[in-house]
Design a protein around this ligand. Structure first.
Ligand code: 3HC
Ligand code: NAI
Length: 680
């Protein structure tokens, strides 16, 4: 059956799309819509048209899988011009999400009606492009330049209520009566002339609005190409006639579509979805219902992890050994919720509801009936083993036993229990209530049900989960190590901390390794003995330089925490290097990049060849959502594909003598270089 069908409801032609899962505007949909327009134009008995979608959503955009190749006619921009030019009114009836080309279709319609739960947006900027089917020209003409800038450059969808307030919708329908109300509405306006054609309206810009927007959003837009292109297209809408504005839009989208940034961002869109899929899992693997959660350890991680569940209405019992630690942990959770209320992220009632679901305890017996326990105690194998031994005794059969360990061997932890099949790693990132990434660590004996449940639960708490195998540091922290080692070594050899950080900032990371270290505090893991100076960090700590909190670490900081290079830190580093017999020399940015970034790719390739990640794109997801890898560079493995495995191997060979005795080239990386293959 065709994905587009039409039927008559009196004198209204109803056009229905049924193209699961999201009614993307692929060729078949465009072709069907074009034929429906012909039908509407040709039949004098048709007085008005309604376009709506079956299934879970109105058109959620162009079909992204068609990008990158030639697109078959009819193209969406031309189709929408024909739609708008029809001399009979067309009503878009919107439910679910009208996104990208979907909202552009609605904008080309003469009227728009939606259910209150609908969301409308132009998220193209997140794919490194801009709305290329007239969206940059039509939206500002409907909602004004300021609101269009927010929606197109920001990319976040808005709710139907807001859309209605800013004039994007003509009418709201009842949640369950959209189809009927849309037809009734179409009948009401069938004879109204002139037809409200968006392209005939004016987009008026306040003087200075574009530069003010650029200035206000400079930080968010830094490094990205698409936001500036979006602004220029909207500027064209305000300054040029519609047809010329469209030409500007078309030229800009053509450039963006061919850019590496857009390829990278599209890659991440699909990578994020691929990550949810578990290799080798039997279809229909039963999920374990998780209606209550226990957490052991109410420290930095335990508290943040608890909030994920409390916020979606799942009760949490949180356990500590000492009342004082328990009180402290509970107080922090309360403070974080108060902060959420203050910043408008949730209402007071919602915060109250969440904190009301928290049960603090000192007694393991209180964890006896929960469906999932997450351990977040100190990172120490003996402590973890003791906790899991106790847990094994009291947890109900079938309960999932998870560890939040950053590095430790999940199989060794599982082995102290009588049920290693119930044990899994759930590696959250700090702050655990904010960070999107979750590494789900599949132990040698973890059951399919436990794994599948962990992945499903991640989605429920709105995390992006990636399956990792057991190895030291899993995917993310394992790849962080060579980068940190090289950064530390580079400053001993003569690079300044600011040189290394600058290379990372220029690449697009929000922070360099030394900025990050100063922010986190150099005393993490410090043995507090000023005479022991085994690392530069020890030496800095020994002189009271613990990072931002003490006004100095690798950098000096003023009261506002602005950083400047520190002559004192540089002296300490130089003395440390001299004591180790390391000569200082000038170091190029190229060498910093090769030693810090190419070594990460090499480690990523090892993770793949050992089967510790299911696919290269999973590694990209980990780095983009957990470690600030710029999304427009698509993650380390996608970036490696752009740079070329050959170039990376050559670079690593050039640096081989400086990479330390533990460095070895990944055979997989070498093979890719030799065959000219990519990872993704
Ligand atoms: N094209 C092709 N496939 C798409 C797609 C699209 N626009 N949107 C979603 N899909 C696919 C997903 O890849 C996924 O496939 P899978 O099941 O094989 O993994 C499936 O549809 C379901 O998607 P989600 O898992 O994301 O489902 P959710 O219910 O969580 O979310 C959604 C639905 C909010 C619509 C979300 O999929 C989404 O944000 N989609 C992208 C929307 C978008 O960016 N639209 C703009 C496209 S660019 C454009 O329109 C250009 C124009 O200006 C010319
Ligand atoms: P933390 O020191 O802030 O909290 C640990 C808490 O566990 C403390 O409150 C302590 O009193 C409690 N505790 C210790 N032994 C216990 C026991 N036997 N029973 C009950 N409670 C006990 O540590 P943090 O940072 O929360 O780390 C916890 C775990 O999470 C570690 O395994 C760590 O590697 C991991 N992790 C930490 C991240 C971070 O950025 N801090 C990120 C990801 C994982």
């Amino acid at each position: 059956m065709s994905v587009i069908t039409t039927h008559r409801d009196g004198d209204v032609l109803v056009v229905v799309s049924n193209n699961p899962p999201v009614n993307a505007l692929g060729f078949a949909v465009r072709d069907g819509l074009a034929k429906a327009l012909d039908e509407a134009a040709a039949d004098p008995a048709v007085k008005a048209v309604v376009i709506r979608c079956d299934g879970r959503t109105f058109f959620a955009g162009a079909d992204i899988t068609e990008f990158g190749g030639p697109m078959k006619d009819p193209q969406l921009p031309e189709l929408l011009e024909r739609l708008e030019a029809l001399d009979k009114p067309v009503v878009a009836a919107i439910h679910g999400t009208a996104l990208g080309g979907g909202l552009e279709t609605a904008l080309a319609c003469h009227y728009r009606i939606a259910v209150p739960s609908a969301k409308l947006g132009l998220p193209e900027v997140k794919l490194g492009i801009l709305p290329g089917a007239g969206g940059t020209q039509r939206l500002p003409r409907v909602v004004g330049v300021a609101a269009a800038l927010e929606m197109i450059v920001g990319g976040a969808p808005i709710g139907a209520k807001k859309a209605s307030d800013i004039g994007l919708l003509d009418r709201l329908a009842g949640e369950d009566s959209l189809a009927a109300e849309a037809v009734a509405f179409a009948r009401d306006i069938a004879e109204k002339r002139p037809l409200p054609r968006t392209s005939e309206k004016q987009a008026v810009a306040e003087p200075g609005v574009f530069d003010a927007f650029r200035a206000a959003n400079a930080r968010k837009m830094k490094g990205f190409e698409a936001p500036e292109a979006c602004i220029q297209a909207i500027q064209a809408a305000a300054e040029l006639p519609f047809a010329q504005g469209l030409e500007v839009e078309r030229k800009l989208i053509r450039q963006l579509m061919a850019s590496d940034q857009s390829k990278a961002q599209r890659h991440i869109f699909f990578a994020e979805r691929a990550a949810a899929k578990i290799d080798g899992l039997a279809p229909g693997t039963p999920l374990i219902p998780v209606k209550s959660v226990g957490i052991i350890g109410a420290g930095t991680m335990g508290g943040g992890i608890a909030m994920n569940f409390l916020s979606i209405g799942i009760p949490v019992t949180i356990l500590e050994m000492q009342q004082e630690a328990l009180d402290r942990g509970v107080a922090t959770i309360g403070r974080n919720y108060a902060g959420n209320v203050k910043s408008g992220r949730m209402t007071e009632d919602q915060a109250k509801q969440a904190t009301g679901l928290l049960k603090p305890t000192l007694d393991y017996a209180d964890l006896g009936q929960v469906d999932l326990v997450i351990e977040a105690v100190f990172e120490n194998m003996d402590v973890k083993k003791e906790v899991f031994t106790r847990l094994d005794k009291i947890a109900k059969p079938g309960a999932i036993l998870a560890t939040n360990t950053s590095y430790l061997d999940v199989d060794e932890i599982a082995a102290v229990t009588s049920r290693p099949e119930s044990v899994v790693g759930l590696h959250f990132f700090s702050p655990a209530n904010v960070m999107k990434l979750l590494e789900v660590v599949r132990g040698a004996k973890t059951s399919d049900s436990v794994l599948a449940t962990a992945m499903a639960l991640a989605k429920q708490i709105r995390k992006i989960a990636v399956v990792a195998g057991v190895c030291h540091g899993f995917i993310g922290n394992r790849m962080l190590k060579p980068r940190q080692d090289q950064a530390g070594q580079l400053i001993l050899e003569g690079a300044k901390p600011a040189d290394v950080d600058r290379v990372f900032l220029d690449f697009g990371f929000p922070m360099g390794p030394f900025q990050l270290a100063d922010l986190a505090g150099l005393d993490i893991g410090w043995h507090r003995d000023p005479t022991r100076r085994e690392s530069v960090r020890d030496a800095l700590c020994a002189e009271g330089r613990l990072g931002q909190k003490t006004g100095g670490g690798f950098y000096d900081y003023d009261e506002k925490r602005n950083r400047t290079p520190s002559p004192v830190a540089e002296r300490i580093i130089a003395e440390f290097a001299a004591a180790k017999g390391i000569a200082q020399r000038a170091i190029s940015d190229e060498e910093i990049r090769e030693r810090c970034l190419y070594t990460m790719v090499n480690e990523g390739a090892k993770i793949l060849e050992e089967g510790k990640a299911q696919r290269a794109s999973d590694i990209d997801v980990v780095w983009v959502f957990g470690y600030g890898w710029p999304v427009y560079r698509g993650g380390p493995m996608f970036w490696a594909d752009l740079v070329g495995a050959r170039t990376i191997v050559d670079g690593l060979k050039r640096q081989q003598d400086r990479l330390g005795p533990d460095f070895t080239l990944s055979p997989l990386l070498v093979a890719k270089a030799e065959k000219g293959e990519t990872f993704n």
